[in-house]
Ligand binder design. Sequence first.
Ligand SMILES: [Fe+2]
Ligand SMILES: [Fe+2]
Length: 206
Amino acid sequence: MPSRSALVGFLRGAGCPEQKVTHCERVADVALAVGRQMQAAEIPVDLGVVEIGALLHDVGVAFTRDDLSPEHCALGADFLRANGFTETVARCVERHECIARPEAAELGNFPQPLRDTYVPETVEERIIAFADLMYFAVVEKRSDPWQDPDAVGRASFGYMDAVFRKKLGRAVPKTYPIFARVVALTRTMLVYVPHETFARWVAKQP
Ligand SMILES: [Fe+2]
Ligand SMILES: [Fe+2]
């Protein structure tokens, strides 16, 4: 397995903005903590896949140069495939935005032909998507999903609404299925992340 510094060097070499490199390292720390908790609960988790996938999950931002372009998940996955990473790792990256195929078609700019889904399915894919959502909701939006699991759905709504306004020139419908999907993912994963553990981790953030 490549070292963490080699993977961070790969992100920088791809042209990932420095702020995203830091974000990827933090998300990888959360994802590994979640993976270890799940292992402790006797759930098989490949921590190597979790670490590589989480560290590289936003590599596609090197191509979009834009936070409001969900297609960075697919662009990043294809870039990893072209650079010899395993399909398992590429799929973790491709599925971290929790987007279903019809949503990818509506949003546009995804590489063609579209994949069957961009929704996380394997345990490693789900850990990475969850860690990314938690970082966004807790660290960036200062919400408390332990008290209110819908907080992650609301944080996701703010993001997707900005994406819709920019790309499609209209507000996102409240019924857009991605919100129920991220809330369901959060609810099932939160049991593996004690609030105190996460609070300790967040306290160390700059
Ligand atoms: Fe992302
Ligand atoms: Fe991310």
